[in-house]
Design a protein around this ligand. Structure first.
Ligand code: PLP
Length: 451
């Protein structure tokens, strides 16, 4: 045992290996020494547990591998050929060039983030963007925070702490990623009062549950699941008829933040924040990086009396959105104001692309590739907790004759990583979610994967 310990090479010996010397030149002596120490530490533990000491060149290789994993560019750009438009693992909505430019402008130097340049006095990072959001949603006031989860927690904490919030039993749900309505309510200091049943809840259920402890009625959009069959839920208008005369606010977690009519693309109608406000929601919450097609952010809209309370709550500062996202969001909103969302916002470009266009692109790609490839009809989905069960007719490139797992791995680990999906034991690369300027890179990655 003791003798095995003595065989472990020293940190200095590792640092003197030629490959490791090169690494030191690229990074720095201190950081590479840290990695070498880490590798030695792991080796000592292994030897302690009865393993034998690896040779010097093996340890040098471990240092190189560790440096490659930890110091590579991250995140890597990925071609999304999954056919899932809003893929949370792949970063949800890609941004328009204008939004990317705005984020760059906001961060490359100093900016007018919180200064009114006319008066030279302190300004608000929210003012311009909230005016634009109000114009697009018909709300009186708006506030932007880090994400929709933060928006909901903040709204509940500011408006219903210590009070009961009435929620339909069918909506006391988990949205995903640990966001569970009952837990969120608890964390914000409100008490959940569930009414109705899992499949059917009526406005009278809400009415009967209202008492002097009621802080709000809340509705949560079923973003990523569908209850079908014998079901009923009161809509915002029904709830507002009950709550308005009693002065109780209606809170609505709208989810996706969709600002366009999705039925024009053959999809179900996704509720929009504007409809929510029109139907009588006092406060509505939604994401900016789902169907809105912007950066990560959560948007709160509604009546000024409630929004003022929310903006003044201490958690509002804790959930403050950063300038990069705010700038990108404002540029995304401008596409809606200019009525150019379907042409300029990548999420809508993908959703609105015609099958013919996709087929032409797929054939162009296929023509560059010598190999067992076919252009086939597929089904793309929205994903990201939006429009569950909805499918868009799409076009995919299918690679035949090779193990789909093997090809998938090669595509994922190629210079320009590609993520596809495996369907009926074939690998399908859905063109709908590939950005048009990625077609050449996709072809190159396929060529290298099937070689
Ligand atoms: C996605 C979603 C959330 C969480 O929004 P994030 O912006 O991801 O934090 C909350 N509620 C609903 C209904 C959602 O669909």
């Amino acid at each position: 045992m003791n003798s095995e310990f003595r065989k472990i090479p020293s940190v200095n010996a590792i640092l003197e290996c030629p490959e490791v010397t090169e690494l030191i030149e690229e990074y720095s002596h201190d950081s590479v020494t840290e990695l070498a120490r880490e590798v030695i530490k792991t080796t000592r533990t292994k030897v302690q547990n009865g393993g034998s000491s690896p040779q010097l060149d093996e340890l040098a290789l471990q240092v190189i591998k560790l440096s490659e994993r930890r110091w590579c560019i991250w995140p890597k750009q990925v071609i999304n050929a999954t056919g899932v438009v809003l893929h949370t693992n792949l970063g949800r909505a890609p941004l328009s060039p204008e939004s990317i430019e705005a984020a760059h402008r906001a961060t490359a130097g100093y900016s007018s983030l919180e200064m009114n340049l006319d008066s030279g006095k302190r300004g608000s990072r929210q003012r311009q963007i909230s005016e634009n959001i109000c114009q697009l949603t018909g709300a009186e006031s708006a506030l932007v925070v880090n994400n929709n989860a933060a928006a909901v927690v903040l709204g509940l904490a500011a408006l219903s702490k210590g009070k009961e919030v009435i929620v339909s039993r069918s909506e006391a749900v988990e949205i995903g990623g640990g966001f569970r309505i009952p837990d969120v309510l608890l964390q914000s200091g409100a008490f959940l009062k569930e009414v109705g049943t899992t499949n059917r809840t009526y406005s009278t259920d809400f009415d009967n549950a209202i008492n002097e402890c009621t802080g709000a009625l809340m509705s949560i959009h079923a973003s990523n699941f569908k209850i079908v069959g014998f079901t009923h839920s009161p809509n915002i208008k029904d709830l507002s008829e009950i709550a308005k005369p009693k002065g109780i606010p209606i809170l609505h977690d709208v989810g996706s933040g969709c600002l366009l009519d999705t039925s024009q693309f053959g999809l179900d109608a996704e509720p929009t924040p504007k409809e929510s406000i029109d139907q009588g929601a006092d406060v509505a919450f939604f994401s900016a990086d789902k169907l809105l097609g912007g950066p990560q952010a959560g948007i709160i809209v509604g009546k000024t009396i409630y929004l003022d309370k929310i903006a003044k709550h201490p958690l509002a500062r804790a959930f403050r959105i950063d300038k990069m996202n705010l700038a990108a969001l404002n540029a995304t909103l401008m596409h809606y104001i200019k009525n150019e969302a379907t042409e300029k916002i990548p999420v809508w470009q993908m959703i609105s692309a015609s099958k013919n266009t996709l087929e032409t692109r797929a054939n162009h790609i296929k023509d560059k590739i010598p190999g067992p490839l076919k252009v086939e009809t597929t089904k793309a989905t929205i994903g990201g907790g939006s429009l569950p069960g909805n499918e868009l007719d799409s076009i995919g490139l299918v690679i035949y004759g090779l193990s789909p797992e093997k090809i998938s791995e090669k595509l994922r680990t190629s210079n320009r990583p590609v993520v596809g999906r495996i369907e009926s034991d074939k690998i399908v690369l859905d063109i709908r979610t590939v950005l048009p300027d990625e077609d050449n890179d996709l072809a190159d990655s396929i060529i290298s994967a099937i070689r």
